[in-house]
Design a protein around this ligand. Structure first.
Ligand code: FES
Length: 182
């Protein structure tokens, strides 16, 4: 192979190396850019928060706390069962309810309801909450997160879609209760 007069072998190899590095950099940058731009280009913008159905209100008897499930709005075909999220629904009476996020306010482990004790308990670090979601003991610094809810045509809907955290628009830091319809 003959090289141009003014190009040494060393310069040629350096340029080939730079071209190769540029190609590798571009290949590595594509997934990072896709991740960073996905909220804009994937059309998922505005997926949260959204009113999501928990089913007929009759599934939640007055005076009881029951598990409710909803499907996240930002679902991919490969999500399978992970597209579903759970929450705890406490129906006090009539249309007076509390809907708690299932995740502990400490580090997010799923809390369980123990009707005999009237307490929510977290299996991770022993966090305990009263039936109204307020903190009873343990590491959590606050009570359970609550979803806003409304009842439409006999169905219970909550404003949800993402894991609630302090400051999240989908879960209140204080008890909000029933959200006005419309
Ligand atoms: S995650 Fe529940 S007490 Fe730590």
């Amino acid at each position: 192979m003959t090289l141009p007069e003014n190009m040494s072998r060393r310069v040629l190899l350096m340029k080939l190396g730079m071209a190769f590095n540029a190609c590798v950099g571009a290949v590595l940058a594509i997934p990072i850019l896709r991740y960073l731009l996905s909220p804009i280009v994937s059309g998922h913008k505005g997926a949260y928060p959204r009113w999501l159905g928990l089913g007929p209100l009759t599934q939640f008897p007055a005076g009881q706390t029951r598990l409710g499930t909803f499907v996240n709005p930002d679902v991919q075909p490969w999500d399978g069962a992970t597209a579903k999220s759970a929450c705890w629904v406490r129906r006090i009476d009539g249309e007076n309810l509390q809907v708690f996020a299932i995740n502990c306010a400490h580090l997010g482990c799923p809390v369980r309801w123990f009707p005999e004790a009237g307490l929510f308990m977290c299996p991770c670090h022993g966090g305990v909450y009263y039936e109204d979601g307020t903190r009873a003991s343990g590491p959590p610094e606050r009570g359970l997160f609550e979803y806003r809810y409304k009842i439409e045509n006999g169905n219970l809907l909550i404003l949800a879609g993402e894991l609630p955290t302090p400051g999240s628009p989908t879960a209140s830091l204080v008890q909000i209760g029933k959200f006005p319809c419309g």
